[in-house]
Ligand binder design. Sequence first.
Ligand code: BTN
Length: 295
Amino acid sequence: MPVFSRPLLGEHHPEDDDLSVREINRLSVAAIREALSCCWNGLDVRCMPVVDSTNLEARRLLSVENKEYLVASSAQSAGRGRRGRIFYSPGDGCGLYFSLALPWSYEAQPTQVTTMAAVAVCRALETLYGLTPKIKWVNDIFLQERKVSGILTEGWIRPETQSIDALIVGVGINLVSPKAGYPQEIADTAGALADSISDQKTKLIDPNRLCAVIINALGVIIDELPDRAYMEDYRQRCFILGKRVLLDDERVVIPSTVTDDGALVVFENGRYEQLSTGEIQSIRLDIRDDGLVVE
Ligand code: BTN
């Protein structure tokens, strides 16, 4: 079965209990456009049923012309996560994967844009579905202690100038859990948006609207720059603050805050230290703190 084979909206198979959540709209340029706010009038929107990676496709488009693009897809064959990891991106209506490419003149670094996108995703999930998503520094969105979304921001460097000319913000969201379950490596930590929505009607997640509402929320945050009020929201949602966490180098620290630049401030051996995303491979709640372990 091709990765993107799934029923069209309206084809009903009552024998399939899960069908209501799988009967979702196909991605469509017109539907995304309709829900985008006017600040995105210049956005070149592209939808692809399947792609290797929307971040890679955005990169290819930028190298032709440096302008604003949105590339959205329902399946990725080579979805990219942070640190060269694979981002599991099955088809069959299970996920929404999109990248926003933005010619970038602000001083903000990719990590700061990741924090902006994290807040935008949370605000969209709150607005559309009444959920209270949490953030695991720096780029993971959690619902009910499971990761439902990840963000990867990459700089696009113009070969001629070797300067960052554009940023590519990639967002992946698990809409529905795959019928066959998640791959073993993420089975204990991954979850899907639909698992947190009890209202059957709302469970009919429209990926076009979700994508547009996230981008609108990001647009509001960008428009407010250099005001960084959104970082207060980020800190409020960041569930590792004040908890004992285990870093990949075996250190146990207590993160106290996240700076406006996206660095994690930790307290260890009587002093505060700022950790950047480049320094930390993985972070998990210390099991001795509250019995929870998240990757
Ligand atoms: C992570 O959790 O490590 C970040 C995952 C980012 C995944 C998104 S899906 C859309 C975009 N295209 C990619 O190849 N990756 C990002």
